[in-house]
Design a protein around this ligand. Structure first.
Ligand code: PGA
Ligand code: ZN
Length: 416
């Protein structure tokens, strides 16, 4: 059995040029090293109030190199639950603020990588065990807004879902065409202002709805059928817009009540081929979420609303019908998996997600495949911290070949 013989933390840099923490876990028999696992903590910008708390990067590195190293050394690397339990006990706080969620998630993921490496398996295969697996359906950002583009538009993510694609590779082919078409349209109108934090275009639109019309135009320009081949997913990230009881849409200089926002989103669903909306209301407003999920008849995703917390999902009572799974929102691999299990128990869908601050780390792609989570959200179709993840998906799809489960896009998103 491979045991942990060394753990090391180091300060590295993320896609926004901000410091973050990397963990390296060395495993072996006796003192002979056998394998190494490595992972880097991501960071959010529109974080939920209920997220596990990170600590300053220097402190996270010190925590890894001292307390965490001492606590996990000599433990079996293949018992992820025991390792994560040890981390949670060692931290001892309700919000991971002693060790830091950044330190914990880097170590937890690095242990998973080291376990897989010690068994000479890719991580997705190690996590899947004997289960048959397949590739998830991507949600890919075309326009970025909200906290990722200094509020240039209010809605945070305008994404596409290639609902008619027959494979992960085909979904990426179509996304490349839509991304190029959207860029060309913006450039032609003089509305292209670079790219936002997750690589989607930073657009100069006059209204939030204009972005929806442009997105439909870009899908058609790419020679694809809106609503059949390619549909739309939104992340409103509404907690960011909520102040003093209402929702502020600064671009349009409008303030909406929860009822007015509900009505506006239903109107958008009627007019545009929208198949998924994330965080349509503020994180505390379960009643508004529940009413919207009931009325919308589409996928409604809780991100800030659930913060990857198993208990919040178990208590949701129909407030959403899908859960965003971000390992650093909760702090460990095992707790992320428990949240996915809670989602399945409730009949909710799952989407593994990156953060707006990312790196070359591709662990989340392995989690989605290995755990059988049928959707994946990692930002746009540019910037290498995003492309690294899409490309890893391509490698896994190739490795699975004919053994892959059927690609689930058409099953999940039947044309309306
Ligand atoms: P964040 O946003 O990573 O900046 O928190 C991503 C999201 O809201 O999905
Ligand atoms: Zn979100």
């Amino acid at each position: 059995m491979a045991r942990i013989i060394e753990i090391k933390g180091r300060r590295v840099w993320d896609s926004r040029g901000r410091p973050t923490v990397e963990a390296e876990v060395v495993v072996g028999r006796g003192t002979t090293p056998l394998a190494v696992g490595r992972a880097i903590a991501p960071a959010g910008a529109s974080t939920g109030a209920g997220e596990a708390k990170s600590v300053e990067v220097g402190q996270a590195v010190r925590n890894i190199n001292t307390r965490i190293r001492d606590a996990l050394r000599a433990m079996s690397v293949t018992d992820q639950h025991a390792l994560d339990r040890r981390l949670i006990e060692l931290d001892g706080s309700a919000d991971k603020s002693r060790l830091g969620a950044n330190a914990m998630v880097a170590v937890s993921l690095a242990c998973a990588h080291a376990a897989a490496a010690s068994l000479k398996k890719p991580l997705w295969r190690h996590l899947a065990g004997e289960r048959r697996v397949g590739l998830p359906v991507p949600q890919i950002q075309i326009f970025g807004g909200g906290a990722h583009a200094r509020g240039r538009v209010d809605v945070q993510d305008y994404m596409i879902v290639c609902t008619g694609a027959g494979s992960f590779a085909e979904a990426l082919e179509w996304t490349a065409q839509v991304y190029a078409a959207a860029g060309a349209r913006l450039a032609k109108r003089g509305a292209l202002q670079g790219v936002a934090d997750e690589g989607g275009y930073w657009p100069a639109f006059k209204t939030n709805e204009e972005a929806l019309a442009e997105l439909v135009g870009a899908i058609a320009d790419a020679g694809l059928e809106p609503g059949t081949d390619v549909s739309i997913a939104l992340d409103i990230a509404a907690s960011q817009l909520y102040r003093g009881g209402s929702y502020h849409f600064a671009l349009e200089n409008r303030t909406l009540s929860a009822e007015q926002l509900h009505a506006m989103l239903l109107r958008w669903i009627e007019r545009y081929p929208i198949v998924s909306i994330e965080d349509p209301f503020a994180e505390h407003d379960a009643a508004a979420m529940r009413a919207f999920t009931k009325a919308a008849g589409i996928q409604v995703v809780g991100d800030d609303f659930f913060v990857t917390n198993e208990q919040k999902v178990r208590n949701a009572d129909g407030a959403c019908n899908a859960v965003l799974l971000k390992p650093n929102q909760v702090g460990t691999v095992s707790e992320t998996l428990a949240c996915w299990q809670a989602a399945r128990d409730a009949g909710y869908r799952g989407i593994v997600s990156a953060r707006s601050g990312e790196t070359e780390d591709v662990s989340i792609v392995h989690l989605a495949v290995g755990w059988g989570v049928p959707q994946l959200k990692v930002g746009s179709f540019s910037r290498s911290e995003r492309m690294a993840k899409w490309n890893e998906g391509l490698r896994i799809e190739e490795a699975l070949g004919a053994k892959a489960l059927p690609y689930p896009a058409r099953r999940l998103f039947k044309p309306r």
